[in-house]
Write a protein that binds this ligand. Structure first.
Ligand code: F6P
Length: 319
């Protein structure tokens, strides 16, 4: 292995730049050529390549987003698109690829490997924390801190006006952000795609709490659980008091990464290069019990990450 390509794909997440920096610098230190691929798989198909040297990644660790830019690339879902990408890799002499992204990006990477034999190592980068085998994905911690700050602000105004606030957070099919944000802010409920909601039961609990003197109320809902307006529609008439909706949206994906995300991304970036050098052919770097380990991509994609029901129960028990 002499030349490695690196790309970021799918939704960006804070810490992707720290991972790119580690791939470039760890690669250069190991006498490799590192090629930065722009705009994810779209740039791979177009041959948007640029060799990256040690100074090219100076000062990027603290920056949100991804300096390589990213895309959700429809063409890469096709066999023809992947064949074009493989030709580009061959023409540029790229022997292995580091893909920083989420489940969709890894599915594409696995196809590229199976159809064209290109060694691939993935780094889980998504705020959703919905990838199996790894305790944390790059960007999750920063996103949670952003969400917690926002909810803290909402709590102030919720208290002043004695209102209920329904806060929608990201999470297409996973309630991880909603659950952890509810847990970290002592919110009244987390509404997540993994657990069906009994609206009457939730409403009577909220009314009970109000009778006991609680004047604010925060409900955190994952977008994949129907979203905030769906919750408002179901709760407003049942609880009777004033309700407001806040959708946090893409602010959750931006911002300077936390120390946790910088360190996680740095460790995974270096270990991804090491894995390619050691001959791993289709793996993802995972955080398991504090260690960064390579896990076969097939296993990652076969299993679905489940929500920790102990945390779910704890969040509701303590609210
Ligand atoms: O990156 C994952 C994610 O943030 C999901 O939580 C969300 O549903 C989606 O991306 C939004 O994607 P886009 O940026 O394409 O609107």
């Amino acid at each position: 292995m002499k030349t490695i390509g690196v790309l970021t794909s799918g939704g960006d997440s804070p810490g992707m730049n720290a991972a790119v920096r580690a791939v470039v610098r760890f690669g250069v230190r190991n006498s490799l050529r590192i090629i930065g691929i722009q705009r994810g798989y779209c740039g791979l198909i177009d041959g948007a390549f640029k060799e990256m040297h040690f100074p090219d990644v100076a000062g990027i660790m603290e920056r949100g987003g991804t300096i390589l830019r990213t895309s959700r690339c429809g063409e890469f879902y096709t066999k023809e698109g992947r064949a074009k990408a493989a030709e580009q890799l061959k023409a540029a002499g790229i022997d292995g690829l580091v893909v920083i992204g989420g489940e969709g990006s890894f599915t594409g990477a696995k196809f590229l490997h199976e159809e064209h034999g290109i060694p691939i190592v993935g780094i889980p980068g998504t705020i959703d924390n919905d990838i199996s085998q790894t305790d944390m994905c790059v960007g999750v911690d920063t996103c949670l801190n952003t969400v917690v700050d926002a909810i803290q602000n909402l709590k102030d105004t919720a208290t002043s006006h004695e209102r209920a606030f329904i806060v929608e957070v990201m999470g297409r099919s996973s309630g991880y952000i909603a659950l952890c944000a509810a847990l970290a802010t002592g919110s009244e409920a987390a509404i997540v795609p993994e657990v069906p909601i009994d609206w009457d039961k939730l409403a009577s609990r909220l009314l009970e709490e109000r009778k006991r003197g609680k004047i604010n109320c925060i409900i955190v809902v994952a977008e994949g659980a129907g979203g905030a307006f769906h919750v408002a529609k179901n709760l407003q008439d049942r609880i009777g008091y004033e309700t407001r909706v806040t959708i946090l949206g893409h602010i959750q994906r931006g911002g300077s990464p936390t120390a946790f995300d910088r360190i996680l991304a740095t460790r995974m970036g270096a270990e991804a290069v090491k894995a390619l050098l050691e001959g791993k052919s289709c793996h993802m770097m995972a955080l398991q019990f504090g260690k960064i380990v390579p896990v076969p991509m097939e296993q990652v994609l076969k299993e679905k990450k489940t929500l920790d029901m102990t945390l779910y129960q704890l969040a509701h028990l303590l609210s």
